[in-house]
Structures are given as C-alpha cells and as structure tokens.
Design a protein around this ligand. Structure first.
Ligand SMILES: Cc1cc2nc3c(=O)[nH]c(=O)nc-3n(C[C@H](O)[C@H](O)[C@H](O)COP(=O)(O)OP(=O)(O)OC[C@H]3O[C@@H](n4cnc5c(N)ncnc54)[C@H](O)[C@@H]3O)c2cc1C
Length: 525
C-alpha cells in the first residue's frame, strides 16, 4: 500500500473533519480511485462497486471524472485523429448534456456520502498524478472501445510501474468486441449474423445494484461551471432543457415509460410523429444506464407475460441496441471510421464542392423539402432527430446535394445529444454506402415518398415546419429527380474508375484492413 487515509463515516459534510485528517495524513484504510468516463451512473457500475469493495469499511473511495485533452493541447477536447489517445472533442449539444449529467451524478454520489472530483487535462497525466496525490492503492475503470483505449493502455502501464493496481471492467456493452467474431476470428461486417452470434452467447448478466454508501475524502476538484460546457451567449439550449432530463434518474424514467407505454407500439417506430421509440440513446451514450440494465428490464417485461406483437417489438428493440454494439465493434476494428471510408473505393467518389448556401439551407431546415426541414429543425431544437428522418436528411445531403458524408457527420456530431464516436460515423457511412453492411449508394431516399409513407397525415412536418403550405415556405433548393440522376451518375463514375471492383470489395473488409491487423490486447486497458 502506497498510502491511505482515515475517514469518518459522517456523510453529511464530507469536507469538514476529514480535511484535517487528510492534512495530518493519519490514514489507516485502503484508498481506491474510481475513474468514470462514459459510465456516469451508480447502478450496474462494476468499477465503482469494485472500488468501494476494495476500500472496505475503513478505506476511502475517490470518484473522478476527467475532461480529457491530449498531451500538449491547451484547450479542452482536441480534434483527435484515429491515432490520438484523447476522446473526440465533444460537440456543443454533448457538452450541454455532459454538464447536466455530471451535475446529476455529483448529487447522486453526494446522497450516499460520496463526492465527484472533477479534473481536466491529459488523462495520462491526470490519473497517475491524482493516484499519487491521494495515495491510491488501486485505480478502477470500466472499459471503453474507442481510440481513447490508447490512453488507457498508457495509464495502466504507468500505474502498474508506480506500484498501483489498475483494473478495468466490462460494463458498457453487452458483448465486448473481441468476444463476438466470425468463425475465422475476424470481426463481423454484416449485422444479422453478428447479432445472431451475440444471441447465441450466454444471456447477459444481471445488472449490479447501486451502492448505498461510499466513504469519501476531501480532494481538490474543479468547479463544473468553470468548465464552460453550457452555452451562454446565446443560450440556445431551451429546447434541450424542455426535452431531456440528463442523469441516471432521467434514464430510468425513460426506460420505464418506454416499457410501460412505448414498446407495445414499437412496430410503428418508423413514424416520427408518434415518439414510440425509447429515447434512450443519449442516456446510453453517456452511460447513465447500462445495456445490461436495459436488457434485464426488457427480459423481465417479457417474462411478465408479454406476447405476440409486444414480444416481437421487444426483440426488435433489443436488436436496435445490438446496432449500437455492432457500430462499436466496427470502430474497434477500424479506428479511422470518422475519417476514412470503410470501403476504400469511395476515396475516388466525386463529391461536389459544397455550395455554402445549400449547406446552410440543409443545416437550418430551409431546403424546401418538408421532411428534411422538419428533421433538421427537430435536431436544432431538441438535440435529437428520429432515426428514419436521420436517414432521409443524410441521404438528401450525400446524394441529392452530393456532399461528402463527413460534412454531415460533423454537423450531427455538434448538434446531437447522443453523438457517439461509433454510431454517428457508422450510420453516416451506412447511408453513404461506404460503410459496413451499408445501404447501397444507389438507394436514394425520396423524401416525399418517405413523408407519405411514414408521416401520412403530415403531423411531424406540421409540428416542425408550421409555415409549410403557405407562401412563406421556400421552394425546393434542388430538383429531387434530377439530383438523384446526378448521384447515380457520380456513383457510376466512381465504379468505372475502379481497376478491379472485385478486389476492391475484398479490401472493404475491415478485418483485412490496417486497423484489425494492429495488435490490440483487450486486457491492456
Ligand atoms: C445519420 C445517422 C446518424 C446517427 N447518429 C447516431 C449517434 O451519434 N448516436 C446514436 O446513439 N445513434 C445514432 N444514430 C442511430 C439512431 O438514429 C439513434 O440511435 C436513435 O434514433 C435513437 O433513438 P431511440 O433511443 O429512441 O432509439 P430506439 O429505437 O429506442 O433504440 C434503442 C437504442 O438502440 C440504439 N440504436 C438504435 N438504432 C441504432 C442505430 N442505427 N445505430 C446505433 N445504435 C442504434 C440506440 O442506443 C437507441 O437508444 C444515427 C442514425 C443515423 C441514420
């Protein structure tokens, strides 16, 4: 043991008595450091539970969240490339969410006697530094599967070198990427067999209960408001506030509401007006609820006598959760998912130089195409957009406007509260046709037909585009039929330029690409 602290059990004011004890250094129990990242919850949090257990009745558990920057970056959240060890810089809507999620987590920890410590900087410096500062015997975290794993590998090595135990846990996916592979030991690149293989594994474990007590200590913390995560001038977040309750309680309320009301109508999930989906994506993204808790709740609801349509709906819903896992496993084997086409032939795609007026019209919801405009306005006001409409607006940008999918991905990254390092580029590449198990490029969504089919009474469009049908609504910025033709011609040009289409299709396998070839020992993080 490097050092340890003695603490009182009074949870009421964790700063008063303990601070002098800390200063005196009269410690007599183990000290555990729990590093939370995309797992901002108390329930079903194996790292937190292990930290509390390791501290035991006489020890201390310090819980920290680090606003990560890479070494050498002075600003919070650098633009991280595929080889960076820092997480991708958060977009504005995610920063709003993070602020409120951390605030809720601090309250929840406070209620059981704990304290959330906030630090900013390069995690490779902050975590070993904090471990030394508090005399931690061990550091615990739940594993992540993004490029930030590179930081975790470095940190684990540094802690071990310093004589501090470092332990990581499986918590944020039902199936860790390296546990579900093809018979050849390569990552799946088609969802259906991937999910079938997942379902053939043992039933996911039951979620762990939330801890009821934690012994903390006064440790310096940044002040959340000083991080400046919230928008101020202007404050554009009123629609987000009206739509969401970030935090663990909000997550469980959403799940309960969905299981009580929404799941029976989940077969209508493609209709954006009805809101029959779970609305869980930002809660899952920030780890305010674990996929094990979601799985378990659905399993219980099913075993409580759900049959027929509702049972099908439950299976479909769980498979959507499976898409989150699938995208993460793709990112794991193809770290450049945001920067590079998974199908390399798309490097030769003749994207147009974006017309800035058209791009602004797309972003602002002024294209004159009602379903596209409704979706883009929903996104701007609420930080989310219905999945079907996401596909339609993405297709419109990529195909009707011939804009490189990365430009749309970046806008979604900034404006979505559920912006996810795997699911956002994964889905954009899916729509573009450049990704894994993707819709073929020549499948061009017709926003008018999509509106007829999925918003037959125009309810969704009227909600977000009230001026539709009046003279103040703009004419379409492009002709859908003509631009569809242009898109197909561009796709044909790309294919014609390929030296050997068959060989190129082989190269599209992420398992055969550079990423999967890298040694990535799972235990290292
Ligand atoms: C262009 C585009 C970009 C997208 N970007 C993101 C993103 O950044 N983050 C994100 O979480 N989802 C993204 N999605 C997927 C999907 O639109 C959202 O997950 C879904 O709309 C969230 O609503 P829900 O929670 O009510 O979904 P539900 O239908 O209730 O689904 C349950 C959960 O399954 C997961 N899920 C559902 N569909 C998908 C999918 N296609 N891919 C991955 N996970 C899925 C989500 O975690 C979701 O909360 C994107 C889709 C498109 C077409």
């Amino acid at each position: 043991m490097i050092a340890s602290l003695t603490l009182g059990t009074d949870a009421g004011d964790p700063t008063s008595v303990e601070s002098s004890r800390l200063a005196e250094g009269t410690a007599d129990g183990p000290v555990a450091l729990v590093w939370l990242r995309n797992d901002l919850r108390l329930a079903d949090n194996p790292a937190l539970q292990a930290g509390i257990a390791a501290a035991g009745p006489r020890g201390t558990t310090i819980v920290v969240y680090v606003l990560e920057t890479a070494a050498g970056d002075s600003q919070v959240g650098p633009e991280a490339g595929p080889d960076s060890a820092a997480p991708r810089a958060l977009g504005a809507a995610s920063r709003w969410w993070l602020h409120h999620s951390l605030s809720a987590l601090a309250d929840d920890l406070g209620a059981i006697g704990g304290k959330l410590v906030l630090r900013a900087g390069d995690a490779a410096t902050v975590i070993p530094g904090l471990a030394a500062e508090i005399g931690a015997d061990a550091v615990f975290w739940n594993r992540r599967y993004t490029n930030a794993r590179n930081a975790d590998i470095t940190i684990k090595a540094a802690l071990t070198e310093a004589g501090c135990e470092a332990r990581s846990f499986h918590a944020n996916l039902l199936h860790e990427p390296w546990t579900v592979q093809t018979g050849q030991g390569t990552p799946f690149r088609v969802f259906t067999p991937y999910w079938r293989a997942c379902l053939a594994t043992p039933e996911p474990r039951e979620p762990l209960p939330a801890p009821t007590g934690i012994r903390s200590a006064p440790v310096h913390s940044d002040t959340l408001t000083d991080w400046g995560l919230l928008p101020t001038a202007p404050d554009w977040a009123s629609g987000l506030r009206a739509t969401w309750t970030p935090g663990e309680r909000g997550a469980h309320e959403r799940l309960d509401a969905f299981l009580n009301d929404g799941i029976d109508d989940y077969h209508l999930r493609d209709e954006p007006a009805d809101g029959t989906t779970s609305w869980l994506s930002p809660h899952l993204r920030f780890g305010e609820i674990s996929p094990f808790a979601v799985w378990d709740a659905v399993r219980r609801a099913r075993s409580a006598g759900v049959t027929g349509q509702a049972a099908n709906n439950a299976a479909k819903f769980l498979s959507e959760v499976g898409w989150r896992e699938f995208n993460t496993s793709i990112l794991f084997s193809f770290p450049a998912l945001r920067e590079q086409n998974v199908r390399p032939e798309f490097a030769a795609f003749p994207w147009a130089t974006p017309d800035q007026d058209e791009l602004a019209a797309w972003r602002d919801g002024r294209t004159g195409i009602p379903l596209v405009d409704a979706g883009m306005r929903e996104l701007w006001h609420t930080g989310t957009m219905h999945n079907r409409v996401r596909m339609v607006v993405a297709s419109f940008l990529i195909k009707n406007l011939l804009v490189d999918w990365r430009i749309g991905e970046a806008w979604f990254w900034d404006t979505l509260v559920d912006a996810d390092e795997a699911s956002n580029p994964g889905n954009w590449q899916w729509v573009a046709g450049s990704g894994v198990d993707a819709a073929p490029y020549f499948r061009v969504f017709n926003p008018e037909l999509q509106a007829k089919k999925f918003d037959p009474h125009g309810e969704y469009v009227r909600r977000w585009v009230p001026e539709y049908g009046t003279p103040s609504y703009p004419a379409p910025i492009v002709d859908l039929r003509e631009t569809r033709g242009n898109a197909l011609a561009a796709y044909s040009a790309m294919r014609a330029a390929l030296p050997d289409p068959a060989a190129s299709a082989d190269r599209a396998d992420p398992a055969a690409g550079t990423a999967a070839a890298r040694p990535r020992p799972p235990e290292a993080t």
